[in-house]
Design a protein around this ligand. Structure first.
Ligand code: ADP
Ligand code: MG
Length: 357
């Protein structure tokens, strides 16, 4: 069915599964602005993420999974600030009005929106160039948190312990599976397959599926982030790889850190499919983990453990903040090792090298 801009908005975005009512949303989609009730005891937390076809997702990505990922990666920023999701706005630029794509994309968004009580309240829709245009998706999430929640990148202090939630490297390995780079020796014919487009190709194994799911459906750490309010001295979500993102905390706080490479948490699927020599570069520089990295004072560890178990979050202590402003000291069996890891950086030449000396 051919549809114009307003049909698309009405059918796919202003629908009850996605633009649902919420008491703090006074007015949602349909006017020039959405109107939210302002709560003076709270700080607004606002963050935006752009996802570009060919850069952040593969052209044949399953739109349902892509919808989930688009909102989850934004919620991850709220999690890193201890903010509770309020609502989100959405910018969509697409070369053609593909009804099936739009239906599945908005259904994927709706699953995550409902799980986090985070309705869609507005946005914009444009046609990209019909031949040269690619899909661009942009979400702005709006959340709130009480004043004094801390968790800024500038809050880490020497002696604080460094933690990460979940496991690292799974999403980067999942992308490698989708691109046919993993398992090693996989047929290049698997290039770019998504779970939706594997007809005629071998179905992903359980381990492959677990890694693909880590890429498209990163674990949401919103509840964990809220439980870390006033407890984590600093926090960040890991989007570009631990080395790069922990580096932001260190620079923001004017400190350094010693990280035990043997303590870095990995999943059974990751260890089964990624050859040992490639593991550390995916764990430290692969990116797309959307786990939280946070620091906490030694004295607060008992309270941290209570909060983590109350929210059912697995987190691992991987090292300690040190004074000084040097680079991260990577340790293996107590000895310092030399590593060169670069996270994802859009305007830098991609380098991912690892040298053990
Ligand atoms: P304006 O001309 O004021 O920018 P539009 O005509 O672009 O408004 O959009 C009409 C309404 O639909 C607005 O309320 C806008 O927020 C909403 N809207 C447009 N695109 C989207 C989208 N992709 N998702 C959700 N709401 C949207
Ligand atoms: Mg507009």
């Amino acid at each position: 069915m051919a549809s114009d801009e307003f049909d698309i908005i009405r059918r796919h975005f202003n629908q009850k599964g996605l633009a649902f009512a919420k008491s703090s949303v006074m007015l949602g989609i349909g006017d020039d602005c959405a109107l939210l009730a302002a709560d003076s005891s709270q700080q607004l937390a606002i963050s935006m993420d752009l996802l570009q076809e060919g850069v952040h997702f593969l052209s044949d990505a399953d739109p349902f999974l892509l919808g989930q990922r688009t909102l989850l990666v934004n919620l991850s920023d709220l999690a890193a600030m201890g903010a509770e999701p309020l609502c989100f706005t959405l910018g969509v630029s697409i070369p053609k009005a593909d009804e099936l794509w739009l239906e599945r994309f908005s259904a994927g968004l709706a699953v995550v929106a409902q799980a986090h009580d985070c309705p869609l309240v507005g946005g914009d829709l444009t046609a990209a160039h019909p031949e040269h245009g690619t899909i661009t998706l942009c979400v702005q999430v709006h959340g709130q948190r009480p004043a004094g929640a801390g968790m800024l990148r500038s809050g880490a202090r020497p002696g604080d312990l460094v933690y990460v939630t979940g496991t690292l490297g799974d999403a980067a390995a999942g992308l490698a599976v989708l691109q046919g780079r993993l398992p090693v020796g996989a047929s290049p014919a698997r290039d770019g397959f998504s779970p939706e487009s594997i007809a005629g190709r071998p179905a992903p194994t359980e381990f492959e599926a677990a890694l693909i799911s880590a890429f498209y459906q990163p674990e949401s750490r919103v509840a964990c982030g809220m439980a870390l309010r006033g407890l984590a001295s600093a926090a960040i979500d890991i989007s570009d790889g631990l080395a790069s993102d922990l580096g932001h905390i260190l620079r923001g706080s004017g400190v350094s850190a010693a990280i035990d490479t043997e303590a870095l948490p990995t999943s059974a699927a990751f260890r089964a499919l990624v050859p040992e020599a490639a593991r550390l570069s995916l764990v430290l520089g692969g990116g797309d983990d959307y786990e939280l990295c946070f620091t906490v004072s030694n004295d607060d560890v008992p309270q941290l453990e209570r909060q983590l178990s109350a929210t059912g979050t697995a987190a691992t202590c991987i090292g300690r903040i040190e004074s000084g402003s040097g680079p991260i000291r990577w340790l293996s069996k107590g000895e310092e090792i030399a590593l060169q890891v670069q996270g994802y950086n859009h305007f830098a030449p991609q380098q991912l090298t690892q040298e053990r000396t």
